[in-house]
Design a protein around this ligand. Structure first.
Ligand code: PEP
Length: 251
């Protein structure tokens, strides 16, 4: 049995005070709850240290939203894996579609980040997914296959247990259009079979594959009931304690 994992990607939202309020709301809401899934929050860089302090003693884990692939140096504005570790992060989101499209991140660059994250003891939440025109053009599986193969290039099998793969159809992110549970399940099953081909049946069986794209309390239970959907990567609905807690309860 794979554990379910629900992660919240705060994106560029919440100053320090808003971050404290949101973390406190989540932690308070989970007190006295029998939570069966893993929970991760990914605030902006400026709130990470504060969040780490507030999360001490709670079941909620901390992640960042991006990092650079070099350890240090003249990379103005960038943040390294070691910096994230020292701020208290266990996870880091890599390859999010907003990084791929707005910041032109290539599969090759994302692969460098994935490998660096592993080597510094951070667990990647590695995102893949097709655009609307790619889906309509019937190339969803081809696109996802390329992103998985290239993003995981030279990643050894034992590392796979220290990562999450997130399938996030770009057309469903922040649009209110969710992939139907059947559409999502189909791609998740494809990704799992790909992991089996690239690695082994055992690796495929253990791989946690989250779905992301307009997940909300109202649709989470049905999505998460599918065989190959092992959790959710949540954007908009993670910014209010009640809606994030609703998704956690569904899981
Ligand atoms: C995301 O940004 O990863 C995401 C899934 O966003 P939303 O839930 O808002 O679609």
């Amino acid at each position: 049995m794979r554990k379910k994992i629900v992660a919240g990607n705060w994106k560029m939202h919440n100053d320090l005070q808003d971050s404290k309020n949101l973390i406190n709301g989540i932690v308070k809401g989970l007190q006295n709850e029998n939570v069966n899934c893993e929970v991760i929050v990914c605030p902006p860089y400026t709130s990470l240290s504060e969040a780490a302090g507030l999360l001490k003693g709670s079941i909620v884990k901390l992640g960042a939203q991006n990092m650079h692939f070099e350890d240090k140096g003249a990379f103005t504005g960038e943040i390294s894996a070691a910096m994230l570790k020292s701020a208290g992060c266990e996870y880091v989101i890599l390859g999010h579609s907003e990084r791929r499209t707005i910041f032109n991140e290539s599969d090759e660059l994302i692969n460098k980040k994935v490998k660096k994250a592993f080597s510094r003891g951070l667990k990647p939440i590695f995102c893949v997914g097709e655009t609307l025109s790619e889906r309509e053009g019937g190339v969803t599986n081809d696109v996802v296959k390329r992103q998985v193969i290239q993003g995981l290039m030279d990643v050894p099998e034992p590392d796979l247990t220290n990562m999450i793969l997130a399938y996030e159809p770009v057309w469903a992110i922040g649009t209110g259009k969710t992939a139907s549970p059947e559409q999502a399940q189909e791609v998740h099953a494809f990704i799992r079979s790909l992991i089996k081909d690239l690695y082994s049946e055992q690796a495929a069986g253990k791989m946690v594959i989250q779905y992301g794209g307009s997940v909300k309390p109202e649709n989470a239970a049905e999505l998460l009931s599918k065989n190959d959907i092992d959790g959710a990567l949540v954007g908009g609905a993670c910014l209010k304690p009640d809606s994030f807690l609703g998704i956690i309860k569904s899981a």
